[in-house]
Unconditional design. Structure first.
Length: 136
């Protein structure tokens, strides 16, 4: 995130990890001065337990580097489909996911034409649908 600029008072910044992993997560800050020099803070450990199961994307509208995140409480096979706004199947398949959060590349999503799509993923404990936008 961009700095607010020079200040004589304390400025607070806030950001969130929207996709933390179950268990220990390590965080540190990179501070960059106006001349481009940088320093790192001491790393801090934050533990997340019992993160809700589900699916999410790293970016929406989707791009070539969009990843699918699946958080599951048990190892399982996930079946997924991608349909367009009229309900026509444009992609589908299966993924073996493990307990915790797994990240998957979806290169075939970047080949979609511009429009609105729906990604549905179903497994033993996962059942979710995401509305996806693709901009050309």
């Amino acid at each position: 995130m961009k700095a607010a600029g020079e200040s004589q008072t304390t400025l607070d910044y806030v950001t969130y990890d929207r996709l933390p992993m179950n268990g220990d997560n390590w965080y540190r800050l990179k501070s960059v001065d106006i001349g481009g020099k940088y320093t790192y803070s001491t790393a801090k450990k934050v533990r997340f337990d019992g993160i809700a199961e589900g699916i999410s994307l790293t970016s929406n509208p989707i791009s070539a580097d969009t990843k699918l995140h699946i958080t599951a409480s048990v190892d399982q096979r996930i079946d997924y489909t991608v349909v367009d706004a009229s309900g026509r199947l444009v992609s589908g398949g299966s993924l073996d996911v493990h307990k915790g959060t797994d990240n998957y590349d979806f290169e075939n999503l970047s080949a979609l034409s511009g429009g609105t799509y729906y990604l549905t993923a179903k497994g033993a404990t996962i059942n979710g649908t995401l509305k996806i936008s693709k901009v050309n």
